[in-house]
Write a protein that binds this ligand. Structure first.
Ligand SMILES: Cc1cc2nc3c(=O)[nH]c(=O)nc-3n(C[C@H](O)[C@H](O)[C@H](O)COP(=O)(O)O)c2cc1C
Length: 424
């Protein structure tokens, strides 16, 4: 329904069967709701693919005090662009999902934590919450006893990648600087304000209404054995028609590139990443790998957020990895030494190599620093920063070594001139 006129309004959502899922949810018990989402096979769409119903079932037994749902709408990973379009085009699917999930976990106050820069999305969310509330959809059926009104707070953060990490998000939501927390305790036990909290991605929660309306077996009939259902595949970069493609898990990159009109005319695919900048680089030889969590893992990468970035032969792998490394250095929260220092060092070396001024041993030094960040940082931001460096060197070592003598702009003049052009 994204292409319908004023698709974001409640009226348009209702015309397309909206709020039938909530209607059904209000007739079901909390346990049955959790069981249904478990049976659907829905896995978290925020990157890690953790089973959603199982996560909900981790909340401890009610003790009479509040429990919360927090929707992660921070969407900041380079290349990832599915949650913001969802909230712009169809915010009511998210609001209905929030209502159903709140019902399932006994919550009467849910939060949507949004990246602050996207003011237009914030306005749209506020309007959508108001529309749903005014229409009475949040009036009763929530909370521990299933009889409370549901409050939904849309919160705009200040704009930080680290605030997408679920525990840093909670700190930020509580009014502190966004720093990751030590786990355990996990948010299911001690999350927002120290209370049991479910944190799910926007797409995860927006997938719930259709599962309620159409049934778990409708959903799990799609996809592959362990990656059920469908998701949004965001194809960006050097294809003819970049865009969002909603497809069952197991679709291949070859099929997606073809749906996107092919690689831009006159060029060939050089490399791609399946799930944003923090997922290892793949090449033309992996085009037929089914895009599900297991197959992409077996191919040496990660499905992540299905942010499929396509790069053709005009692109310098060193330049790409240098941009990503700048991003991670800028976004490192500074809490732990491996990530704070390591991303800074890697950024400096990448800049040298990109400029053709690499020092002897720089490529080995990069490998050593990245390997010492991976698995040793406080949260996964450090691992994310190491991945493009390690996988870039693995795939394109000669290009990195050329950085001892030759600037990337000289090796890839077309890309350099295109950047100058677009900057004008
Ligand atoms: C540095 C970092 C940034 C993250 N950013 C996001 C984000 O923007 N959105 C998101 O849903 N998950 C993000 N995550 C993953 C969350 O920590 C968490 O796993 C996710 O919100 C859980 O939702 P899900 O189970 O529905 O996937 C990030 C993780 C890390 C380490």
């Amino acid at each position: 329904m994204w292409d319908k006129e004023r698709s974001w309004t409640l009226g348009s959502y209702l015309d397309h069967g909206g709020y039938q899922g909530l209607e059904r949810a209000l007739t079901m018990s909390q346990d049955d709701l959790v069981a249904l989402v478990k049976a659907s096979g829905l896995r978290g769409r925020g990157g890690a693919g953790f089973p959603t119903g199982l996560k909900w079932s981790f909340l401890p037994a009610p003790d009479g005090l509040p429990r919360y749902l927090v929707v992660n709408a921070d969407e900041s990973e380079p290349g990832t662009c599915k949650d913001i379009p969802t909230m712009m085009a169809n915010p009511q699917a998210l609001i209905e999902g929030v209502a159903i999930t709140s019902r399932a976990i006994g919550c009467d106050h849910a939060f949507i934590y949004l990246r602050g820069e996207v003011v237009q999305v914030y306005r749209r969310l506020l309007a959508a919450v108001r529309e749903a509330a005014d229409a009475g959809y949040l009036d009763t059926g929530f909370g521990l006893d299933g009889r409370q009104r549901l409050r939904i707070t849309a919160h705009a953060g200040a704009g930080a990648y680290i605030c997408g990490e679920e525990t840093a998000l909670l700190d930020s939501l509580e009014g502190r600087r966004g720093h990751p927390r030590l786990k355990p305790p996990f948010p299911a036990v001690a999350g927002l304000y120290g209370r049991p909290t479910v944190i799910n991605n926007v797409e995860t929660i927006a997938s719930v209404p259709a599962i309620l309306a159409r049934g778990a077996s409708w959903y799990n009939a799609m996809g592959t054995e362990r990656s059920r259902g469908h998701g949004i595949f965001s194809v960006t970069g050097h294809v003819t028609h970049p865009g969002q493609f909603e497809a069952p898990f197991g679709i291949t990159m070859r099929q997606l590139i073809s749906l996107a009109g092919g690689i831009r005319p006159g060029h060939q695919l050089k490399f791609w990443v399946p799930g944003g900048s923090s997922t290892p680089i793949l090449g033309p030889e992996e085009l037929d790998v089914p895009l599900d969590y297991e197959s992409v893992g077996a191919a040496g990468s990660m499905l992540g957020t299905r942010a499929l970035q396509v790069f053709d032969e005009t692109v310098s792998a060193v330049r790409v990895v240098a941009r990503w490394t700048e991003f991670y250095q800028h976004e490192s929260c500074g809490k732990c030494t491996p990530c704070r220092e390591g991303t800074y060092w890697m950024r400096q070396i990448m800049a040298r190599l990109e400029a053709g001024q690499g020092l002897p041993g720089d490529v080995e030094k990069l490998e050593s620093i990245a390997s010492n960040i991976a698995g040793r940082s406080f949260c996964a931001l450090g691992d994310a920063s190491a991945t493009p460096v390690l996988s870039g060197i693995k795939r394109f070592r000669a290009e990195f070594e050329a950085g001892y003598t030759t600037p990337a702009a000289e090796l890839f003049p077309y890309a350099a001139s295109a950047i100058v052009e677009s900057a004008r």
